[in-house]
Design a protein around this ligand. Structure first.
Ligand code: SF4
Length: 72
């Protein structure tokens, strides 16, 4: 078990809210905060977050089929 809090910015569950008073959210635990969610988890439970899931890597867009690239 890791003793370090994970990086919420790299986590699948992290999101930026529309709430200016609490701009960072965790969908897994269902809360919004001004801090990083993992900091809240650590301070409230005394344990680093165990629910981290890596954010999927963005896929490269597929090349358009020949003749549809805008070139002549
Ligand atoms: S699950 Fe843990 S690491 Fe992921 S956003 Fe929530 S608090 Fe951060």
């Amino acid at each position: 078990m890791s003793t370090q809090s994970p990086d919420c910015f790299q986590c699948h569950h992290f999101y930026v809210t529309w709430d200016a008073a609490a701009p960072r959210g965790c969908r897994h635990f269902g809360f919004k905060t001004t801090l990083l969610p993992a900091q809240v988890v650590l301070s409230s439970s005394g344990q680093p977050c165990q629910a981290f899931e890596p954010r999927p890597m963005p896929q490269k867009p597929a090349a358009p089929p020949r003749g549809q690239r805008g070139d002549r």
